[in-house]
Design a binder for this molecule. Structure first.
Ligand code: GLC
Length: 749
């Protein structure tokens, strides 16, 4: 979307937080203003290719100027008392520009699910649904829209770089950051996050893809060592990044904290130089996660291009390494060229952010649209849903602060709630480690939907009281929550705070019990057989309460499909426990007083080799385990029929008819899975394509989906290439990975 300028407020170059930092800052860098462009500098000619512009600018730079660009300026606003330099925009990171050469400052903002820390600067930002909720839309256009909201609001706030774009695969359903990622399948995750990055960058700011790679749990994330074969990496976690990179063309990739086969991800020659830069053709720059850099020479030679947040390794030590020849001058030039190329190619130089007022209504509408496409109807016995707007009697609404708001995820993805945390208004801006609710109260919107019913709320703190209310009601709606955050994992799949008992009590009091789940990822549901309906609402974003009510009462027909398997119990998972997380150990929580030395001493190994390629639904299939709800599962208020499968023998193009056999319009996400020839040793089906199809009542459409060749291939390590083997391929088409309606085999040469 072309960015249009309204009246711009000139960007002040002075954001100083305290007199102390003022003195320190000014002697460090002096006031940095965004200079008007000078036509004379050849690299400022937008007609030149970005590579050439970057090359020309690097040639004009001094060694000190090059060093200045390859590291941040310190913890800044993230750590009380840290110096905050002029030009720092209040985000997670800041790299002072070079006014002499008209290179702008780089202001980096966390923005996994919306712009973080906006309230601190008296700004507004839209909380989008979780990225997992976006993935549940299976809608690439929703991915682009998601990123567009983030990109335009960051730009309005004066930032020129987003550090969102999490694409880590859900190998671990209890990972605290699953709400920031797009599920267990590399194709779905890559497509959604790739389009999200496209959306961000369409606003002429730099986008990011993170946390590269295999940072699939939070426990001991700073030191854990991941073991996994190269073929397995390339067909799972790295494939998600490969697809996201191809679609999104991110200007930056953030390397992660963990080690991979012994080397830290930010100094790992194989994953950075060989796979990302050579095999994937990544032309942007690699920046470290915050304090994720562990060396100067090794990291520089392995492919790291920028240290964040500070200067420990890529400040003076890198300058000395270059002067001594330990790091070739050409490598430093490559680092700076990549950074400058990203600035030029993104538009961040030619179209400087001109601060504007964020449009909260537009943001809320976009967030609600995505939420309503991504909320999943998991179960709907006896058509308990949609609820009737004219039904009489009492409606009981129970639990999870549904009277004041909806839950959001914690950590560096935390967006500030307008007016403050709905469950603790005086708290003001978000506090790390505390759950934040957004003021979109399901209770209020449920009340608005019904004209003949009384709607009564119970907190759910006392299951007996909740059951007593439910017993009097025509229908009981129980809201349950699972708060997740960066820096910690869930010890189990179970709902916390004895919520299972609450649901059991309500269900035993009222046979028409509806459960609405606000979670960061999959949870177990022992009570599922005893409730009528279940909605997975994820973290539904700034308008979440209204979106949930719209689906409960049928103003919106559910169309979401699970981006991850919901297991019945831990023992069905590859790891019954999160590696390193036992009842005795603390999490990796940075603020919980967890003993860093003890954590470092643990140096745990996370061995993904046993399950290897078999992530998520592939594991359940090969292990013969039945999930509670399968990958790709999601119901509708209408029904769909599949027929007429044809598979083309050359490109394996799949064509079929899809009909809406019900009386109301709806969207169906029709999925295509393939099982490769047995010679590959892969006996499981893999998602190779899908289409989200909108159909009016009784309408039919022909759907055609052509898998890309590497999705029909395996990664051959000896030749280091993708190979599509000859042989018999099984093709299956259906509404979920466990609801396959059409099958065919095709022999491909
Ligand atoms: C954090 C996160 C990363 C975030 C960065 C800056 O530790 O791992 O996702 O962007 O630091 O806040």
């Amino acid at each position: 979307m072309k960015h249009t300028h309204s009246q711009a407020i000139p960007q002040s170059s002075h954001f100083l937080r305290s007199s102390v930092s003022t003195a320190l800052a000014l002697c460090l860098t002096g006031a940095i203003a965004q200079q008007p462009k000078a036509a004379t500098d050849p690299w400022m000619d937008p007609a030149l290719p970005p590579e050439q512009r970057a090359h020309l600018a690097v040639q004009a730079m001094t060694l000190d100027e090059k060093i200045q660009l390859v590291h941040g300026s310190g913890w800044g606003v993230l750590r009380a008392g840290a110096p905050v330099l002029p030009g720092h925009n209040g985000g997670a990171g800041f790299v002072p520009g070079i006014p002499r050469l008209h290179i702008p400052d780089i202001n980096l903002a966390d923005s996994a699910v919306g712009a973080r820390m906006a309230a601190r600067e008296s700004r507004y930002a839209t909380l989008l649904p979780s990225v997992l909720g976006l993935a549940a839309t299976w809608d690439p256009e929703a991915g682009f829209l998601y990123g567009d909201v983030i990109g335009r609001e960051l730009r309005d706030q004066g930032y020129n770089m987003s550090i969102g774009g999490g694409a880590n695969l859900m190998r671990e359903p209890r990972n605290g950051r699953n709400f920031e990622y797009a599920g267990e399948d590399p194709l779905l995750a890559g497509v959604e996050v790739g389009n999200l990055i496209r959306g961000v960058q369409s606003n002429h700011i730099m986008g990011d893809l993170k946390h590269y790679a295999l940072n699939d749990q939070e426990t001991d994330r700073n030191t854990l060592n991941v073991l996994l074969g190269h073929r397995e990496m390339r067909e799972t976690d790295l494939l998600a990044f490969e697809i996201a990179n191809r679609i999104g063309q991110p200007t930056a990739v953030m390397c992660s904290y963990n080690r991979i086969e012994g080397d830290y991800a930010c100094e790992n020659d194989y994953t950075l130089n060989k796979v990302l830069k050579h095999d994937f053709g990544f032309k942007g720059f690699v920046l470290s996660d915050w304090n994720g850099t562990h060396s100067t020479v090794k990291a520089a030679l392995a492919g790291l291009d920028m240290e964040q947040p500070g200067t420990v390794y890529f400040g003076e030590p890198l300058k000395h390494a270059v002067e001594s020849g330990e790091v070739p001058a050409a490598r430093l030039d490559d680092m700076v060229t990549r950074i400058l190329r990203s600035l030029f190619v993104s538009g961040a130089v030619d179209d400087l952010p001109a601060r504007r007022v964020v449009d909260p209504f537009r943001g809320r509408k976009d967030a609600a649209h995505i939420a309503e496409e991504g909320i999943v109807l998991l179960q709907n016995r006896d058509a308990a849903l949609p609820l009737s707007k004219t039904q009489t009697g009492l409606i009981a609404v129970i639990g999870s602060h549904a009277d004041v708001g909806v839950l959001s995820g914690g950590g560096s993805a935390q967006v500030d709630s307008p007016g403050g945390n709905a469950i603790n208004i005086k708290e003001g801006a978000s506090v790390w480690g505390r759950p934040v609710y957004f003021p979109s109260a399901p209770l209020e919107f449920i009340r608005q939907k019904t004209s003949q019913s009384t709607v009564q709320f119970d907190s759910g703190d006392d299951p007996k009281a909740a059951a007593a209310l439910a017993a009097k009601a025509a229908v009981a709606i129980v809201f349950v929550h699972q708060w997740m955050s960066e820096g910690q994992d869930a010890a189990t799949l179970s709902l916390p705070e004895k919520q299972d008992a609450l649901v059991e009590a309500v269900a035993s009091a009222n046979k028409k019990t509806v459960v609405v789940l606000e979670s960061g990822g999959p949870v177990s549901m022992p009570w599922a057989p005893r409730v009528s309906a279940i909605l997975a609402a994820w973290y539904p974003g700034i308008g979440g309460g209204e979106s949930i009510a719209n689906l409960l009462f049928g103003d919106v027909n559910p169309s979401g499909k699970l981006p991850a398997t919901f297991a019945r119990q831990e023992t069905d998972l590859p790891n019954p426990h999160v590696p390193g997380l036992t009842e005795k150990t603390t999490n990796n929580r940075m603020d919980a007083g967890g003993d860093a030395a003890a954590r470092a001493a643990r140096n745990i190994t996370v061995d993904y080799r046993p399950e290897g390629l078999k992530v998520g639904y592939k594991w359940f299939q090969t292990e013969g385990k039945t999930p509670l709800f399968a990958f790709g599962h999601g119901l509708s208020y209408t029904t769909f029929a599949y027929s007429g499968l044809k598979v083309d023998k050359i490109k394996a193009a799949v064509t079929f008819r899809l009909q809406n056999t019900g009386d109301r319009a709806g969207d169906e996400v029709a999925q295509v899975y393939v099982t490769l020839p047995s010679s590959t040793g892969e006996s499981f089906r893999r998602l190779v394509g899908w289409q989200r199809v909108t159909l009016a009542a009784h309408e039919s459409k022909t759907v055609s989906i052509t898998p890309t060749p590497e999705l029909l291939s395996t990664f051959d390590e000896p030749s280091d290439t993708w190979k599509r083997p000859a042989g018999t391929y099984q093709v299956e088409v259906g509404a979920a990975s466990d609801d396959l309606r059409l099958k065919a085999t095709v022999n491909l040469r």
